[in-house]
Design a protein around this ligand. Structure first.
Ligand SMILES: Cc1cc2nc3c(=O)[nH]c(=O)nc-3n(C[C@H](O)[C@H](O)[C@H](O)COP(=O)(O)O)c2cc1C
Length: 275
Protein backbone atom coordinates (compact mmCIF):
# COMPACT_ATOMS: atom_id res chain seq x y z
CA UNK A 1 0.00 0.00 0.00
CA UNK A 2 1.27 3.49 -0.86
CA UNK A 3 2.35 5.84 1.89
CA UNK A 4 0.26 8.96 2.56
CA UNK A 5 3.38 11.05 2.15
CA UNK A 6 4.07 9.71 -1.38
CA UNK A 7 0.45 10.16 -2.41
CA UNK A 8 0.45 13.76 -1.14
CA UNK A 9 3.71 14.53 -2.95
CA UNK A 10 2.08 13.50 -6.22
CA UNK A 11 -1.15 15.32 -5.40
CA UNK A 12 0.61 18.63 -4.72
CA UNK A 13 3.57 18.14 -7.05
CA UNK A 14 6.07 19.00 -4.35
CA UNK A 15 8.27 17.30 -1.78
CA UNK A 16 6.94 19.10 1.27
CA UNK A 17 3.75 17.53 2.58
CA UNK A 18 1.89 17.22 5.86
CA UNK A 19 1.12 13.54 6.15
CA UNK A 20 2.72 10.24 7.01
CA UNK A 21 1.86 6.59 7.55
CA UNK A 22 0.11 4.13 5.26
CA UNK A 23 -2.97 5.12 3.31
CA UNK A 24 -6.09 3.00 3.51
CA UNK A 25 -7.68 1.79 0.25
CA UNK A 26 -10.27 4.61 0.26
CA UNK A 27 -7.62 7.32 0.63
CA UNK A 28 -5.51 5.62 -2.02
CA UNK A 29 -8.39 5.70 -4.48
CA UNK A 30 -9.18 9.35 -3.69
CA UNK A 31 -5.63 10.66 -3.72
CA UNK A 32 -4.69 8.77 -6.90
CA UNK A 33 -7.56 10.09 -8.99
CA UNK A 34 -6.76 11.15 -12.53
CA UNK A 35 -9.14 11.74 -15.41
CA UNK A 36 -8.97 9.04 -18.08
CA UNK A 37 -9.46 10.02 -21.71
CA UNK A 38 -8.26 6.82 -23.39
CA UNK A 39 -10.39 3.72 -22.99
CA UNK A 40 -9.91 0.22 -24.41
CA UNK A 41 -12.83 -1.39 -26.27
CA UNK A 42 -13.85 -3.67 -23.43
CA UNK A 43 -17.38 -3.94 -22.06
CA UNK A 44 -18.15 -3.42 -18.38
CA UNK A 45 -19.11 -6.48 -16.41
CA UNK A 46 -22.86 -7.10 -16.11
CA UNK A 47 -24.29 -5.34 -13.07
CA UNK A 48 -21.65 -2.58 -13.08
CA UNK A 49 -24.09 0.19 -14.04
CA UNK A 50 -26.47 -0.81 -11.27
CA UNK A 51 -23.81 -1.00 -8.54
CA UNK A 52 -22.38 2.36 -9.63
CA UNK A 53 -25.79 4.02 -9.48
CA UNK A 54 -26.44 2.43 -6.08
CA UNK A 55 -23.15 3.98 -4.91
CA UNK A 56 -24.36 7.31 -6.31
CA UNK A 57 -27.67 6.98 -4.49
CA UNK A 58 -25.74 6.28 -1.29
CA UNK A 59 -24.47 9.86 -1.23
CA UNK A 60 -26.11 12.22 1.21
CA UNK A 61 -29.00 14.15 -0.32
CA UNK A 62 -30.55 17.40 0.90
CA UNK A 63 -33.55 16.63 3.17
CA UNK A 64 -33.67 13.22 1.45
CA UNK A 65 -35.46 14.97 -1.43
CA UNK A 66 -33.28 13.17 -4.02
CA UNK A 67 -33.68 15.88 -6.62
CA UNK A 68 -31.44 14.27 -9.24
CA UNK A 69 -31.54 11.52 -11.83
CA UNK A 70 -28.98 9.93 -14.09
CA UNK A 71 -29.39 8.79 -17.67
CA UNK A 72 -27.15 6.00 -18.96
CA UNK A 73 -26.03 5.74 -22.57
CA UNK A 74 -24.49 2.54 -23.92
CA UNK A 75 -25.90 2.48 -27.45
CA UNK A 76 -22.99 3.45 -29.76
CA UNK A 77 -25.06 5.58 -32.11
CA UNK A 78 -26.63 7.57 -29.27
CA UNK A 79 -23.22 7.88 -27.62
CA UNK A 80 -21.87 9.22 -30.91
CA UNK A 81 -24.58 11.90 -30.99
CA UNK A 82 -23.87 12.76 -27.36
CA UNK A 83 -20.12 12.99 -28.06
CA UNK A 84 -20.80 15.34 -30.96
CA UNK A 85 -22.89 17.63 -28.73
CA UNK A 86 -20.19 17.50 -26.03
CA UNK A 87 -17.40 19.20 -27.96
CA UNK A 88 -16.85 16.12 -30.14
CA UNK A 89 -14.67 14.55 -27.45
CA UNK A 90 -13.79 11.10 -28.76
CA UNK A 91 -13.25 9.43 -25.39
CA UNK A 92 -17.05 9.59 -24.96
CA UNK A 93 -17.41 7.29 -27.97
CA UNK A 94 -14.66 4.99 -26.67
CA UNK A 95 -16.13 4.63 -23.20
CA UNK A 96 -18.60 1.74 -22.90
CA UNK A 97 -20.74 3.79 -20.53
CA UNK A 98 -21.67 7.47 -20.62
CA UNK A 99 -23.76 8.84 -17.77
CA UNK A 100 -25.65 12.11 -17.85
CA UNK A 101 -26.27 13.59 -14.42
CA UNK A 102 -29.43 15.66 -14.24
CA UNK A 103 -31.02 18.16 -11.92
CA UNK A 104 -34.50 16.67 -11.61
CA UNK A 105 -37.33 18.76 -10.20
CA UNK A 106 -39.91 16.91 -12.32
CA UNK A 107 -40.18 14.18 -9.67
CA UNK A 108 -41.14 16.63 -6.91
CA UNK A 109 -43.48 18.44 -9.31
CA UNK A 110 -45.33 15.13 -9.66
CA UNK A 111 -45.25 14.51 -5.90
CA UNK A 112 -46.73 17.99 -5.36
CA UNK A 113 -49.48 17.26 -7.89
CA UNK A 114 -50.27 13.92 -6.27
CA UNK A 115 -50.40 15.47 -2.81
CA UNK A 116 -52.34 18.46 -4.21
CA UNK A 117 -49.93 21.14 -2.97
CA UNK A 118 -48.85 24.20 -4.92
CA UNK A 119 -45.17 23.27 -5.15
CA UNK A 120 -44.26 26.95 -5.15
CA UNK A 121 -40.87 26.20 -3.59
CA UNK A 122 -39.87 24.46 -6.83
CA UNK A 123 -39.90 27.84 -8.60
CA UNK A 124 -36.90 29.20 -6.68
CA UNK A 125 -33.17 29.25 -7.46
CA UNK A 126 -32.54 27.39 -4.21
CA UNK A 127 -34.17 24.24 -5.56
CA UNK A 128 -32.04 24.27 -8.72
CA UNK A 129 -28.95 24.76 -6.55
CA UNK A 130 -30.02 21.90 -4.32
CA UNK A 131 -30.60 19.60 -7.29
CA UNK A 132 -27.20 20.52 -8.77
CA UNK A 133 -25.42 19.90 -5.47
CA UNK A 134 -27.16 16.56 -4.94
CA UNK A 135 -26.42 15.44 -8.52
CA UNK A 136 -22.74 16.38 -8.07
CA UNK A 137 -22.42 14.48 -4.80
CA UNK A 138 -24.00 11.41 -6.40
CA UNK A 139 -21.71 11.67 -9.44
CA UNK A 140 -18.61 11.88 -7.30
CA UNK A 141 -19.71 8.73 -5.41
CA UNK A 142 -20.18 7.00 -8.77
CA UNK A 143 -16.70 8.15 -9.82
CA UNK A 144 -15.02 6.86 -6.68
CA UNK A 145 -16.91 3.57 -6.90
CA UNK A 146 -15.82 3.19 -10.54
CA UNK A 147 -12.20 3.97 -9.69
CA UNK A 148 -12.30 1.50 -6.80
CA UNK A 149 -13.16 -1.18 -9.40
CA UNK A 150 -10.16 -0.20 -11.52
CA UNK A 151 -12.27 1.69 -14.05
CA UNK A 152 -11.36 5.15 -15.32
CA UNK A 153 -13.64 8.15 -15.47
CA UNK A 154 -13.76 11.56 -17.05
CA UNK A 155 -16.38 14.20 -16.28
CA UNK A 156 -17.83 16.04 -19.25
CA UNK A 157 -18.84 19.63 -18.57
CA UNK A 158 -19.07 20.16 -22.32
CA UNK A 159 -22.53 18.59 -21.98
CA UNK A 160 -23.60 22.14 -21.09
CA UNK A 161 -22.41 23.54 -24.44
CA UNK A 162 -25.66 22.54 -26.17
CA UNK A 163 -28.31 22.17 -23.45
CA UNK A 164 -31.34 22.39 -25.74
CA UNK A 165 -30.04 19.73 -28.16
CA UNK A 166 -29.01 17.49 -25.24
CA UNK A 167 -32.54 17.75 -23.78
CA UNK A 168 -34.00 16.83 -27.15
CA UNK A 169 -31.61 13.89 -27.71
CA UNK A 170 -32.51 12.33 -24.38
CA UNK A 171 -36.22 13.32 -24.33
CA UNK A 172 -35.89 15.17 -21.02
CA UNK A 173 -39.24 16.32 -19.61
CA UNK A 174 -39.81 19.79 -18.14
CA UNK A 175 -37.79 20.47 -15.01
CA UNK A 176 -35.07 17.97 -15.94
CA UNK A 177 -31.75 19.27 -17.23
CA UNK A 178 -28.40 17.63 -17.93
CA UNK A 179 -25.66 19.19 -15.78
CA UNK A 180 -22.60 17.20 -16.86
CA UNK A 181 -21.63 13.84 -18.28
CA UNK A 182 -19.38 11.10 -16.94
CA UNK A 183 -17.52 8.73 -19.27
CA UNK A 184 -16.64 5.39 -17.66
CA UNK A 185 -14.54 2.54 -19.02
CA UNK A 186 -11.36 0.49 -18.77
CA UNK A 187 -8.30 2.74 -18.99
CA UNK A 188 -5.88 2.11 -21.83
CA UNK A 189 -2.78 0.72 -20.08
CA UNK A 190 -0.61 2.56 -22.65
CA UNK A 191 -1.93 5.91 -21.35
CA UNK A 192 0.90 7.64 -19.50
CA UNK A 193 -1.21 10.36 -17.84
CA UNK A 194 -0.46 10.66 -14.15
CA UNK A 195 -1.89 12.36 -11.08
CA UNK A 196 -2.28 16.09 -11.76
CA UNK A 197 -1.09 18.37 -8.96
CA UNK A 198 -3.56 20.65 -7.25
CA UNK A 199 -3.25 24.09 -5.67
CA UNK A 200 -1.45 24.02 -2.33
CA UNK A 201 -3.56 23.13 0.69
CA UNK A 202 -2.97 26.63 2.10
CA UNK A 203 -4.64 28.18 -0.93
CA UNK A 204 -7.94 26.39 -0.45
CA UNK A 205 -8.07 25.79 3.31
CA UNK A 206 -9.13 28.78 5.44
CA UNK A 207 -8.88 28.14 9.16
CA UNK A 208 -11.54 29.77 11.37
CA UNK A 209 -11.74 33.03 9.39
CA UNK A 210 -11.00 34.02 5.81
CA UNK A 211 -7.74 35.98 5.51
CA UNK A 212 -7.70 37.78 2.17
CA UNK A 213 -3.96 38.12 1.54
CA UNK A 214 -3.21 39.05 -2.08
CA UNK A 215 0.58 38.80 -1.57
CA UNK A 216 0.36 35.26 -0.22
CA UNK A 217 -2.04 34.37 -2.99
CA UNK A 218 0.33 35.70 -5.67
CA UNK A 219 3.07 33.43 -4.26
CA UNK A 220 0.68 30.48 -4.19
CA UNK A 221 -0.23 31.10 -7.84
CA UNK A 222 3.44 31.26 -8.80
CA UNK A 223 4.20 27.99 -6.99
CA UNK A 224 1.25 26.29 -8.66
CA UNK A 225 2.16 27.58 -12.12
CA UNK A 226 5.61 26.06 -11.53
CA UNK A 227 4.22 22.75 -10.22
CA UNK A 228 1.93 22.38 -13.25
CA UNK A 229 4.70 23.39 -15.65
CA UNK A 230 6.93 20.58 -14.37
CA UNK A 231 3.96 18.18 -14.40
CA UNK A 232 3.28 19.06 -18.06
CA UNK A 233 6.91 18.73 -19.06
CA UNK A 234 7.02 15.31 -17.30
CA UNK A 235 3.98 14.36 -19.40
CA UNK A 236 5.81 15.57 -22.56
CA UNK A 237 3.08 18.18 -23.04
CA UNK A 238 4.84 21.19 -24.50
CA UNK A 239 3.53 24.70 -25.14
CA UNK A 240 0.75 24.57 -22.56
CA UNK A 241 0.02 27.99 -21.05
CA UNK A 242 0.44 28.38 -17.31
CA UNK A 243 -2.50 27.67 -14.99
CA UNK A 244 -3.09 31.37 -14.27
CA UNK A 245 -2.99 32.13 -18.00
CA UNK A 246 -5.47 29.33 -18.78
CA UNK A 247 -7.84 30.36 -15.98
CA UNK A 248 -7.76 34.00 -17.04
CA UNK A 249 -8.47 33.05 -20.66
CA UNK A 250 -11.25 30.68 -19.61
CA UNK A 251 -13.22 33.53 -18.04
CA UNK A 252 -12.05 36.41 -20.24
CA UNK A 253 -15.00 36.79 -22.60
CA UNK A 254 -18.50 35.55 -23.30
CA UNK A 255 -17.06 33.46 -26.14
CA UNK A 256 -14.78 31.65 -23.70
CA UNK A 257 -17.93 30.09 -22.16
CA UNK A 258 -18.30 27.87 -25.28
CA UNK A 259 -21.99 28.61 -25.74
CA UNK A 260 -22.88 28.24 -22.05
CA UNK A 261 -23.82 31.90 -21.63
CA UNK A 262 -27.41 30.95 -22.52
CA UNK A 263 -27.96 28.89 -19.38
CA UNK A 264 -30.12 31.33 -17.49
CA UNK A 265 -32.49 31.49 -20.45
CA UNK A 266 -32.42 27.72 -21.06
CA UNK A 267 -33.22 27.01 -17.43
CA UNK A 268 -36.30 29.24 -17.68
CA UNK A 269 -37.35 27.50 -20.91
CA UNK A 270 -37.03 24.09 -19.28
CA UNK A 271 -39.23 24.99 -16.34
CA UNK A 272 -36.62 26.05 -13.78
CA UNK A 273 -38.01 29.42 -12.75
CA UNK A 274 -35.05 30.63 -10.65
CA UNK A 275 -36.97 33.26 -8.69
C1 LIG B 1 -17.66 19.10 -13.80
C2 LIG B 1 -16.45 18.73 -14.61
C3 LIG B 1 -16.48 18.84 -15.98
C4 LIG B 1 -15.38 18.43 -16.75
N1 LIG B 1 -15.47 18.46 -18.11
C5 LIG B 1 -14.47 17.96 -18.87
C6 LIG B 1 -14.61 17.85 -20.28
O1 LIG B 1 -15.63 18.22 -20.88
N2 LIG B 1 -13.58 17.31 -20.98
C7 LIG B 1 -12.44 16.84 -20.38
O2 LIG B 1 -11.55 16.35 -21.08
N3 LIG B 1 -12.29 16.93 -19.03
C8 LIG B 1 -13.27 17.46 -18.27
N4 LIG B 1 -13.15 17.51 -16.89
C9 LIG B 1 -11.94 16.96 -16.25
C10 LIG B 1 -11.04 18.08 -15.75
O3 LIG B 1 -10.41 18.70 -16.83
C11 LIG B 1 -10.04 17.46 -14.79
O4 LIG B 1 -10.73 16.93 -13.68
C12 LIG B 1 -9.00 18.47 -14.30
O5 LIG B 1 -8.19 18.91 -15.37
C13 LIG B 1 -8.09 17.86 -13.25
O6 LIG B 1 -7.44 16.72 -13.78
P1 LIG B 1 -7.60 15.28 -13.09
O7 LIG B 1 -9.07 14.96 -13.03
O8 LIG B 1 -6.85 14.34 -13.98
O9 LIG B 1 -7.01 15.38 -11.74
C14 LIG B 1 -14.21 17.95 -16.11
C15 LIG B 1 -14.18 17.89 -14.71
C16 LIG B 1 -15.27 18.27 -13.98
C17 LIG B 1 -15.22 18.15 -12.47
Amino acid sequence: MASISDLLKARYGCDETHGSGAANPTLETLLQHKSVRNFIPQALEPGTLEILVAAGQSAATSSNLQTWSVLSVEDPSRKDKAAFLCGDQNFIRQAPLFLVFCADLSRLTRVSQQRQTAGVGLEYTEMFLMASIDASLAAQNVSIAAESLGLGICYVGALRNNPREVAELFHFPDRVIGLFGLAIGWPDPADTASVKPRLGLDEVLHREIWVDDSGKQANNFKSYDNALASFNSGQKREGIPSWTERCARRVATVESLSGRHIWNQVLQERGFDLK
